[in-house]
Design a protein around this ligand. Structure first.
Ligand code: PRX
Length: 635
């Protein structure tokens, strides 16, 4: 491990050096890992194709760096703490040695079931240790993991299985989340009925023990396959640029795309950012509340912390079960030092009342983190005062599924903080702001579209099975730059504030949802002719989903209709994409070329009908008043 940056002055120096000599800088970080063969070249890149390769020719296995490497020094240190949904159930700890053995056993079971290097394995699981173990077991043998958030529907799961032609699904019987018991295996069965011909095996982890149907020849129990296996397993020799995982994420158009990350660069970058952003010290207990179904869980529950030899917590439950004190209870119970969550959770817990955090002993906390969406000042201040007792720096970390790791963030305790600012780029990251024509805004104080000018080790390599899509979405908007899809402001001192998405992506409770996907789901309803979905400010969720719907006939009971629309969206995507508000409209504002003018719909949904501006270029300007008048009828 390289030395952690330990002052702001040092950050400045390191940053300058990292952008002047990026290859030298990353080579120095990479050298601290275990490689089976050293790289021939640090970096090759071309943003036009795009083709980005780090540590070219290097051979390694990320699990040897997460596990084996630590055995001598910290084999008996706790690597993973699992906190169950039900607080009366006891928690589980794995030392590095135990985790190593569990991963090897699972890796051997995967091999015994025909999984080979390069095969894709889909995970559809709750937040149980077996998810982390299974993911690492794939990496151990060179299989590519594709984790699908267990809140997605059978249809969404099937789409992802088919896109990656997965050979195996690993799931649980049921998922206890709060007071609910979700029939995970049943959802997998339903998904597999939808032409998922590539699946040969379903490995089922017994979680709640409730009864499930097993299809003979296809379905196998985790405990039967894994428990008797040998506790060591040779790690596959991976090329630095071999695929490590696929993770699906939503964009402006079409179906979710499989973002591809590779082994070497992702390893170097997640470890470096984990240690420096959080300023993790030996003995600290780190808790990231994200779900492993999202990138935050991949990079900062599993890989980053384990690469750094940290103790990482995995939480099965939800913030409000059995009550709104659960997070703080867990912090007290495990003496958490680093707590990393999303603004939506902070806002929800803030609304539940100050007495919840004040009821628990939070004195172990040293660093607080925020991720996934802009954090408003009120939430930032509450987090700082009521949780951190004004004693814990807040790292507002900006990044994306595509970036693999944190790109802009304060380093805990080293940077001065400004509420709602993600502050400065990480070493090696060269952000810039551009105008709509792609001209770089050179003045320090500026507002524009956020792009990155130079590659970093954990960046997206391709979108699975469709490289051209990767080029179109991220590298075609502006020449020689990675376009983030976010707008940002930069202050006089060079600190960044992320404003939010500038494309047709809505950020609901920190989850990325494509408007096109929701529209397609709504359009499945037999009464719907056309729909348009936009985001609007929502007190708890950050953004809510607002759907304008044209129907074939008048709808008398809009509330009942909304329920049907919800059922449709839940079926196609999952409950996270249910519209918060729907409005039945006689038409949608369109340009002469037939494009829906979402700008107008966003204004109306946000209660800003007064500032819609010029509508004279519309094909049907009269519709605007009609929609605006009907806004108050939205349910
Ligand atoms: O709009 C930005 C927002 O979340 C988007 C990325 O979403 P996803 O790929 O799901 O990854 C989320 C977790 C890394 C970004 O384009 N976003 C993420 N972090 C922040 C943020 N917006 C403001 N502040 C942040 N700290």
């Amino acid at each position: 491990m390289t030395k952690q940056i330990s002052s702001f002055a040092e950050y400045r120096k390191v940053y300058k050096n990292s952008v002047e000599n990026p290859e030298k800088f990353w080579e120095k970080q990479a050298r601290t890992f275990e490689w089976k063969k050293k790289w021939d070249k640090v970096l090759e890149w071309n943003f036009d194709k795009p083709d980005v390769q780090w540590f070219v020719g290097g051979k390694m296995n990320i699990t040897e760096n997460c596990l084996d490497r630590h055995l001598k020094k910290r084999g008996d240190q706790v690597a993973l703490i699992w906190e169950p949904n039900d607080p009366s159930q006891s928690y589980v700890e794995y030392t590095y040695k135990e985790l190593y053995q569990a991963v090897c056993q699972c890796a051997n079971a995967l091999k015994a079931n025909g999984i080979k290097k390069g095969d894709r394995v889909c995970f559809y699981m709750p937040m149980v240790p077996e998810l982390t173990i299974g993911v690492l077991a794939c990496a151990r043998i060179g299989a590519i993991h594709s984790v699908v958030f267990a809140g997605f529907s059978a249809t969404a799961l099937a789409d992802r299985i088919k896109d990656a032609t997965c050979k195996m699904v690993i799931c649980s019987d049921y998922n206890s989340r709060g007071a609910k018991n979700i029939p995970v295996k049943e959802i997998v069965d339903e998904a597999l009925k939808k032409d998922c011909d590539s699946i040969e095996t379903v490995l089922v982890h017994k979680n709640t023990g409730d009864k499930v149907k097993m299809k003979s020849g296809r379905d196998k129990w985790w405990h039967k396959e894994v428990d008797g296996q040998k506790k060591s397993c040779k790690a596959a020799k991976m090329d630095a640029e071999d695929m490590l995982f696929i993770l699906y994420t939503s964009g402006s158009t079409g179906k979710p795309k499989g973002v591809v990350h590779t082994c070497g660069g992702y390893m170097v970058y997640t470890e470096y950012t984990f240690r420096n952003v959080f300023q993790y010290k030996k003995g600290d207990i780190y808790w990231c509340t994200a779900d492993i179904g999202w990138i935050t869980g991949h990079s900062y529950i599993i890989y980053g912390p384990l690469l750094a030899g940290a103790t990482t917590i995995m939480f099965e439950g939800v913030p409000t079960y059995p009550d709104a004190g659960r997070f703080w209870h867990v912090c007290e119970k495990h003496k958490v030092t680093h707590f990393y969550t999303a603004p939506t959770a902070i806002r929800a817990l803030m609304a539940a009342g100050d007495h919840w955090p004040s009821h628990y002993d939070l004195s172990s906390l040293k660093v607080l983190g925020s991720v996934g969406e802009p954090i408003n000042e009120e939430a930032w201040n509450w987090y700082n005062e009521k949780v951190g007792k004004q004693n814990c720096p807040i790292v507002d970390t900006w990044w994306q599924t595509e970036t693999g790791g944190i790109l802009i963030s304060p380093l805990a305790g080293l940077h001065k903080l400004k509420p709602s600012y993600a502050m400065y780029p990480m070493p090696g990251i060269q952000p810039c702001l551009v105008d709509a024509e792609g001209n770089e805004l050179k003045k320090k104080e500026a507002e524009g579209l956020l792009c990155i000018k130079f590659p970093w080790p954990s960046m997206i390599r391709t979108t699975y099975g469709d490289h051209d899509r990767c080029k179109q979405v991220y590298f075609s908007a502006f020449e020689n730059m990675y376009f983030t899809g976010d707008g940002a402001r930069r202050d006089k001192g060079g600190a960044y504030r992320i404003i939010g998405r500038v494309d047709d992506v809505i950020n609901v409770s920190g989850h990325r949802i494509g408007t096109a996907e929701v529209e397609n789901a709504i359009n499945e309803h037999p009464l719907v002719i056309e729909s348009a979905v936009v985001g609007y400010p929502h007190e708890i969720k950050g953004q809510g989903i607002y759907a304008y719907i044209i129907t074939e006939e008048d709808v008398d009971d809009v509330a009942a209709f909304k329920k049907e629309v919800h059922a449709e969206v839940t079926k196609v995507i999952g409950p996270i994409a249910k519209p918060d508000l729907i409005q039945v409209v006689p038409g949608l504002p369109k340009t002469r070329s037939g494009k829906i003018m979402r700008r107008i719909l966003r204004k109306i949904a946000s209660g800003e009908s007064d500032s819609i501006g010029d509508v004279s270029t519309l094909l049907n300007p009269e519709i605007v008043t009609s929609i605006s008048d009907g806004n108050s009828d939205a349910v």
